[in-house]
Write a protein that binds this ligand. Structure first.
Ligand SMILES: [Zn+2]
Length: 241
């Protein structure tokens, strides 16, 4: 009898993944959840207009284990109670406030406060999802354009290794010194930002530095899909844990 119960439990447990949520959202930032097997890797594409990063990650998850969160819209900014917000500024109230003020000129203070309260309410659940288990890694993929490159990060980094100075748009940004030691053996640009910057901009990298979880950001120029795929695989093969 007990064997039967345990078999039933096994069957029930086997069904559980079927009921796992396929989406998670914070205000207008809605992410599709892609799960594959069991791993301590978490992956993220947070800016909807970064189509190369999205294509690389979605295909990556067909063969790599972990949990990926892929933003659903196709614009950089998301909607929060009718206001525009950069989703990579929503991980703290102070960062979200600065982003909302910048993107919504002449904003009514009561509307601002309401949007910030909505974000405060939903934020812990999303942060919990994006935080890797102990010893794991959260790996975020981004694309950039002319206006942003590794040269913007060098002055605020603890260590840098610029092996590819003529391609400043392609670089890794990490928060863990042991990962920096590995990544700097690559032929690519790498910066370490271990200490949380004093200004809280509400980004996930700032949160990772403050909370002490392992985080790597990969920036590649929009459209450089093959280059981004190559760098993702370099990380996978060389940062085994
Ligand atoms: Zn981005």
């Amino acid at each position: 009898m007990s064997a039967q119960v345990s078999r039933r439990e096994v069957l029930a447990f086997g069904w559980l993944p079927f009921f796992r949520p396929k989406h998670i959202a914070l205000a207008g930032a809605r992410f599709r959840i892609l799960r594959n097997g069991r791993s301590r890797r978490r992956y993220l594409v947070i800016h909807g207009n970064e189509e190369s990063a999205r294509a690389v990650l979605v295909r990556h998850m067909e063969t790599r284990e972990g949990i990926a969160y892929v933003i659903e819209g196709h614009t950089r900014n998301v909607d929060v109670e009718g206001l525009k917000l950069d989703p990579n500024r929503m991980f703290s109230r102070i960062g979200a406030e600065a982003s909302l003020k910048r993107l919504n000129p002449n904003l009514d203070p009561a509307r601002l406060a309401h949007a910030l309260d909505v974000l405060d309410h939903g934020r812990p659940k999303l942060i919990h999802a994006l935080t890797p288990p102990a010893g794991g890694l959260t790996f975020a993929l981004h694309n950039n354009s002319e206006s942003y490159s590794v040269t913007d990060e060098v002055p605020i980094s603890d260590q840098t290794s610029l092996r590819e100075p003529l391609n400043p748009h392609a670089f890794f940004l990490c928060t863990d010194p042991s990962y920096f030691e590995k990544l700097k053996t690559s032929p690519y640009n790498v910066v370490l930002q271990q200490r949380a910057p004093s200004t809280d901009d509400g980004s996930l990298s700032r949160l990772a530095a403050a909370q002490g979880f392992r985080y790597v950001n990969l920036e590649v120029a929009l459209g450089q899909t093959e280059r981004q795929r190559e760098m993702v695989w370099w990380l996978e093969w060389n940062l085994v844990r």
